[in-house]
Write a protein that binds this ligand. Structure first.
Ligand code: SF4
Length: 202
């Protein structure tokens, strides 16, 4: 996991393995240079789960928070450093937090208009979701209808699993030919999405 660091977590290569929720948080952070508490938790522990160590995490968050000069590094260190170290179990009760699964994410209060946490399959408008799916190359009406049906039925992880399969068709086919990991797995965790996607790339 040595290729996961403060710089690469926002690279195209690494972000190509992010599920919609992580992409949305990462973009929200990059464009606003801020994330509120729940978003910091959801993204921070996801990044820890993909292999970002605490030193790189502090570099990453401080760079993002200070890059448009809204915040100085002193303020970051005073107000946010503890929070990031806490995510790694280095402060307070020293709990080694595990990345949130989809059920945990769906159990949190929905994001307000200035927040980016949550699950886009639940929280996006239909137009927003359609655009996000288009960016992932999902344009066929049939595929979009199937995803929207899942969303309407509140089957958010089923929608997410379908998107994973549609966006990894070639890799899934290749891996089934070589006999490994042929069978499908339901995506119920953003880190499972990431890990499976990276595994298929190898
Ligand atoms: Fe993220 Fe889970 Fe929603 Fe997929 S279903 S976008 S992994 S919260």
């Amino acid at each position: 996991n040595s290729d996961i660091n403060a710089v690469t977590v926002t690279s195209k290569k690494i972000m190509s393995h992010y599920p919609l929720c992580a992409t949305h948080l990462q973009r929200g952070l990059m464009t606003t240079s801020h994330l509120k508490y729940t978003g910091r938790q959801q993204l921070g522990i996801f990044l820890k789960g993909i292999g970002l160590d605490v030193d790189e995490a502090l570099k990453f968050w401080s760079t993002q928070f200070t890059k448009n000069s809204k915040l100085t590094i002193d303020t970051f260190n005073k107000e946010y450093k503890y929070n990031i170290r806490h995510q790694y179990g280095l402060e307070g009760a020293r709990i080694n937090y595990r990345p949130w699964d989809c059920a945990t994410i769906l159990n949190k209060p929905k994001p307000s208009s200035s927040e980016f946490h949550g699950c886009p399959y639940r929280d996006f408008t239909q137009a927003q979701l359609q655009q996000a799916l288009g960016e992932r190359g999902i344009n066929s009406q049939q595929d979009l209808n199937a995803i929207m049906d899942n969303v309407k039925n509140h089957e958010f992880t089923t929608a997410c699993t379908r998107v994973f399969e549609l966006t990894h068709q070639k890799e899934l086919l290749a891996s089934s030919k070589t006999g490994q990991a042929a069978q499908q797995e339901h995506i119920n965790h953003p880190n499972l999405y990431f890990d499976r996607s990276r595994q298929l790339e190898r």
